[in-house]
Unconditional design. Structure first.
Length: 194
């Protein structure tokens, strides 16, 4: 089965609808999803940015929030503009990279996005992530992995791989080495046979 890599960042607004729909679409296209958490912060910093472009380009930011409202309404996804943007997704990303391949990971990712962008909950808090783990019948002690130096190193290496592949934003999908950026490119990525 052909693989589609799903590169996502928990602070990425457009990764939310992509995470919610990728598995069903991939199944229909006979693709296997590889979940690839990474951090945009270091990639943005390499470009000289210290914040999201949606914050330092106000017109772009206003458009994005309205666009995301429309997308979520069309998909039937709950949406609440976060009181803090971008939210710090470091702990969640370390946990996700440390638990890659676990069968519950995709649902964990979806629930973290729902907490952040559907409920305006602070996903940087261990309490929020611990509750999500418990809702998936996983022990809170998994959070210990996210604090271990191995998870830190794995996430750093994953982010470096993203940058080396030319990934500059999230979500990004990779199929047979071809990059597709943005939630609106998911269907195109799934159809790619190149």
């Amino acid at each position: 089965m052909v693989e589609i890599e799903f590169w996502f960042e928990f602070a990425s607004t457009y990764s939310y609808p992509a995470a919610m729909r990728i598995e069903a679409l991939a199944r229909a296209a006979e693709r296997r999803v590889c979940w690839r958490p990474f951090l945009l912060g270091p990639i943005f910093q390499a470009q000289g940015w210290n914040d999201s472009p949606f914050n330092f380009q106000p017109a772009k930011g206003r458009y994005m929030w309205r666009d995301l409202e429309r997308i979520c309404a069309r998909l039937g996804l709950p949406f609440r503009r976060p009181s803090v943007f971008p939210r710090n997704g470091l702990l969640a990303a370390r946990l996700a990279v440390g638990c890659a391949g676990e069968d519950w990971l995709p649902e964990f990712v979806r629930r973290v996005y729902s907490a952040n962008l559907g409920e305006d909950r602070d996903i940087s808090q261990a309490e929020v992530l611990g509750a999500i783990l418990e809702s998936l019948a996983q022990p809170r002690s998994l959070l210990d992995r996210a604090h271990a130096s191995r998870a830190k190193d794995e996430l750093r290496a994953q982010t470096e791989r993203a940058a080396a592949r030319g990934i500059f934003g999230a979500p990004t999908f990779v199929v047979n080495g071809e990059l597709f950026w943005g939630n609106d490119r998911l269907e195109e990525a799934l159809a790619w046979r190149g």
